[in-house]
Write a protein that binds this ligand. Structure first.
Ligand SMILES: [Zn+2]
Length: 449
């Protein structure tokens, strides 16, 4: 049983990034949500200042929150008691105490900055990707402008939240497992990395950005590790922290935590983040795993390679198309229109993360797989000996699609991405409206008092 479990764990294509630049998928949603768009600019505040000003309240809040997580999540690894946040009044280690209590990478830089959209420029001091990310590979950050903020500056909620939606991919969830070779991973209580390659730096964040809630009971029975995923924890953690910050009157951090939570909802709009191997059903997955055990590993290696190639090619196409739309200020582009809010969203309930939000993307996985097969060159999505990322195909991907499957194929891809983004728009708006309804209620109460 152990062996099968281990082998199945290798079956997951643990690519940890979904939409390579989350500001592309969040900006229009936030800019058209009246509650965000019409909120006045707020004063920028450093993390230390926020934490020191609320230290005692935070100690109580984080304790209650831990209880809540233990009682309510689909899967949870309780926080070791030693990591509980204690109000000591010391400024020197307050970031680390906070990072430990919410179990994120304590080397996170928590800078004050804004990440601008492709093509957007502002006359503020520019900072380097290395001041924002702890990763060695900065990926899309090299092609966008990052501008510095200082404590006391004013920033708009749209800008703060948009920027924050990309932050969890800058190192926040790196190295959290006992086999991650970090001192904090050894004490965080998440055990060994359940799937993915612990030797790939960004791969260690995969179990925090992918969640598998809809597999068959036989797959869970054989691969218990499939349950050990934590996006639901992160979505709730940052929703509650956002509400806490607003309640305490520290709106800058209210908006920023909201953006962090939205990141994981964005991941969930990508079917490759809610399913171990999109395109394979349970029986195929099991069969391939079994063949591997009896000495025929080709099927397994092929399944991983194909899922990885398809995931990357989908993301490359989406980021090219949307970056171009933003650069050309083409707000009418279908992908951007899909994010535009016109009415209030579904009323948020805690259970929706598993039952509605991840379910929607799960159901679309098969269609995505088919459309990629129909529209992309076979070499990119159907050839297991190819490592797509080594082909340097991204810069000409749009032309390649046109050559391979014509305007029809190109539009099919746009349509399916538009559909995924429409799901994110509804789910993201539902989340934001839930946080802000608590804020409005509290402001009204304050006025009455
Ligand atoms: Zn992510």
């Amino acid at each position: 049983m152990r062996t099968l479990c281990f082998l199945l764990s290798l079956l997951i294509s643990a690519q940890a990034f979904s939409w390579s630049n989350h500001t592309l998928v969040s900006h229009q949603l936030l800019a058209t949500l009246p509650q965000v768009r019409d909120s006045a600019p707020v004063k920028v505040e450093s993390l230390e200042s926020f934490l020191l000003a609320n230290e005692k309240a935070l100690e109580v809040f984080l304790d209650q929150q831990e209880q809540w997580m233990q009682n309510n999540l689909w899967h949870y690894a309780p926080r070791p008691q030693d990591l509980a946040f204690k109000a000591t009044g010391s400024k020197d280690d307050i970031r680390t105490r906070f990072a430990h209590a919410i179990r994120v990478n304590p080397n996170t830089k928590w800078p004050l900055y804004l990440q601008l959209l492709p093509g957007e420029k502002r006359l503020s001091p520019v900072i380097k990707p290395g001041s924002v990310s702890t990763l060695k590979n900065f990926d899309h950050l090299v092609s966008v402008q990052l501008v510095q903020l200082r404590p006391g500056d004013k920033a708009s909620p749209v800008d703060i939240v948009t920027t924050a939606t990309d932050e969890p991919d800058h190192g926040l969830d790196i190295g959290l497992f006992t086999d991650s070779n970090t001192d904090y991973g050894k004490v965080y209580g998440f055990g060994k990395q359940p799937f993915g390659n612990p030797n790939l730096e960004y791969g260690t964040q995969a179990p925090f950005h992918m969640g598998f809630y809809h597999e068959s009971s036989i797959l869970y029975a054989l691969g218990g590790f499939l349950k050990q995923t934590y996006p639901e924890y992160r979505i709730q953690l940052f929703k509650q922290l956002s509400e806490f910050a607003f309640t305490q009157g520290h709106d800058y951090w209210g908006w920023r935590f909201m953006g962090w939570g939205l990141h994981y909802l964005g991941d969930f709009s990508n079917p490759y983040h809610v399913m171990p191997v999109p395109g394979n059903n349970t029986m195929t997955t099991l069969w391939v795993g079994l063949k591997n055990i009896i000495g025929f590993p080709e099927g397994q290696n092929q399944a991983i390679q194909l899922a990885s190639n398809r995931h990357t090619v989908l993301e490359d196409f989406q980021s090219l198309v949307m970056s171009q739309a933003y650069e050309e200020n083409n707000i009418q582009h279908p992908t951007i229109q899909a994010l535009t809010r016109q009415k209030a969203a579904r009323v948020y309930e805690n259970g929706h993360i598993v039952t509605v939000i991840s379910q929607q993307a799960y159901e679309k996985a098969h269609d995505i797989h088919e459309v990629l097969e129909q529209t992309m060159p076979e070499q990119y999505v159907d050839d297991p000996v190819v490592e797509y990322s080594e082909l340097s195909a991204k810069s000409s991907l749009q032309e390649t699609v046109l050559k391979t499957s014509g305007e029809d194929g190109y539009n099919k891809l746009i349509n399916i991405i538009t559909d995924l983004l429409g799901g994110f728009s509804e789910n993201g708006a539902s989340y934001v409206e839930a946080i802000l309804s608590a804020k409005t209620f509290q402001n009204d109460q304050a006025k009455l008092d």
